[in-house]
Design a protein around this ligand. Sequence first.
Ligand SMILES: [Ca+2]
Length: 261
Amino acid sequence: MASFPRNFQLCGRLRMKYFLRIVLSFSICLFIHISSFAVTTVPFQEDFASDSELWTNFNNSALLSFNAAGGPDGSSYASGSFNFLNSVFGDQGPVVFRGETTPGGPASGGNFFGNWIADGVREFSVFVRHDSPVPLTFFTRFADSVNFPGATSVQFAPVLGNTWTELNFSITPSSPNFVTFEGESFATVFDNIGRMQIGVSIPAGLAGVDQNITFDLDQVAIKTPEPTTLLLSCLGALLGLSRRSKFAGNFLSLGRRGYFE
Ligand SMILES: [Ca+2]
């Protein structure tokens, strides 16, 4: 019993030590997430507020057209066109929108470009519209500024004509929408994004048909996990620490009752 005060002081110091360790861990967790927003502007959304922001057409021969009103929220948007006259059903589909660093860029002030893994980009989304008489399947190819390596993600649900449609692409290695990394890996593609290319598959109903199809684009966005996800990940880390400190506390309470004297 005479040793209780010394144990009590020991317990206090150790509890303070575990408390400080938890605070330090939480701070490190927040720092890792915050410091990941370093190069690419994240989140960022291109609204085409006053022009087409150096986004280009299917073959990089012209900037997208600017439209002052009529976007998914009534706002301005950008558009291009493509003619499937020389397209063959089954071939690789054309890119219809290009947001690239070169040539002519960088599109959107370069805000999209950088290391998406380190910068915390986990989702890419766009609003698209077309006036094709048949539904079209959209894809996005993400690539290095020299155009290789690239990753292609497909939205398998076809987009109906004359309807603004939001497409969401998960930027995670496990996303089932990725159909190729072109012989490379998720990491080697997304550590240096310099080109975003949005295209469509060649539909049987349009291959070889001489008709200019108009494609519209707005609200191109890159996003990070929601704050709640960040909070949950930090709480999860804390919970693990809490369990360990609780074990330590039980261990100390035994000492407080004199078992280790
Ligand atoms: Ca807009």
